[in-house]
Design a protein around this ligand. Structure first.
Ligand SMILES: [Mg+2]
Length: 307
């Protein structure tokens, strides 16, 4: 039997309908149900509550509701980190251009007017789901390093900033490590850039194995420099040495290295209280200084400090 053609990302998109009018909710659910997973809320607060626990792809939001109106709900959606990019389509009975303008300024993606025309609602929903998916794909691409496929510097910096903003407990620490491939220029000169690229990929794949848990991140920080973010990790030195040893154990020949017969890495790391990360540039600068000292001290080693 021939398998059915399954579109990419075949899981049904989830749409949240927030409308105080029951008949409207039912009508929207009926027209969307075959193609989407539909959740419903009768007012703003319960709609926002659903957003905290469900992965919603798009919101159809009634403008006119008692208590918290659509504008208030949209403002709350935009203010929350994990829904700030969520597409929201306003449902409005008003044909007043000023209301539409206000909604668009607040970040509504589009409008549908009551009475509802099923074909128009479906078309707008499809369009904005597609746009959101494309944006997510672009964002994912923009945070990956093209050569190695692991996170890039931009992603690393953004992640570090986010952790600093989100983690409030003062007792939390963050381990930040920078690594550099030893004598990489000589490696490239001797073995060629193709081999150099492959060596960087090997280093990246190995480093990625040390960032397995939620919130941990391995990144290519630029050139032959790599970075590791380990929230809550106070055993940073052990982890860094374990990675350093893994690279040495991979025995990638490096005839031009003054350090070893094999490719090696040096690292500098800091363990900092998360509250101090507001000055994350300082933590990275310190890690960089320690990396420099590890290099000056003979390479194929790590230097770690608690800030
Ligand atoms: Mg209403």
């Amino acid at each position: 039997m021939k398998a059915a053609a399954v579109p990419a990302g075949s899981q049904l998109a989830t749409i949240l309908v927030v409308d105080d009018d029951r008949l409207n909710r039912v009508a929207l659910a009926e027209l969307l149900q075959p193609d989407f997973r539909v959740l419903m809320a009768r007012d703003g607060p319960s709609g926002l509550e659903i957003l905290t626990r469900e992965a919603v792809n798009l919101v159809l939001l009634d403008v006119s509701m008692p208590g918290m109106d659509g504008y208030d709900v949209l403002r709350a959606i935009r203010a929350s980190d994990h829904t700030s990019n969520l597409p929201v389509i306003f449902i409005t009975g008003m044909s007043d251009a000023a209301d539409e303008e206000r909604g668009l300024l607040l970040g509504a993606a589009d409008f549908v007017h009551k009475p509802i025309h099923p074909a128009i609602v479906r078309a707008r929903v499809m369009t904005h789901l597609r746009l959101a998916r494309q944006r997510n794909e672009l964002e994912a691409l923009a945070s990956l390093d093209g050569l190695t496929g692991i996170a890039n510097r931009r992603c690393f910096d953004e992640t570090m900033d986010r952790v600093a903003r989100q983690t409030a407990r003062s007792s939390d620490v963050m381990g930040i490590a920078l690594f550099d491939v030893d004598h990489f220029k000589q490696y490239n000169d001797h073995y060629g850039h193709g081999a150099g690229d492959q060596a960087l990929r090997n280093v990246a794949v190995t480093l990625n194995r040390f960032a397995r848990r939620a919130g941990e991140l391995a990144a290519r920080y630029g050139g032959e420099e790599f970075a590791l973010l380990l929230p809550g990790c106070s055993e940073l030195e052990e982890v860094m040495n374990s990675f350093r040893q893994s690279i040495a154990d991979a025995r990638i020949p490096h005839e031009r290295s003054e350090t070893s017969d094999w490719l090696t890495v040096s690292g500098g790391g800091v363990v900092v209280p998360v509250v101090a990360l507001a000055q994350s540039g300082d933590a990275l600068a310190l890690a960089d200084q320690l990396l420099y000292r590890a290099k000056a001290g003979g390479r194929n080693r790590v230097m770690v400090q608690r800030a």
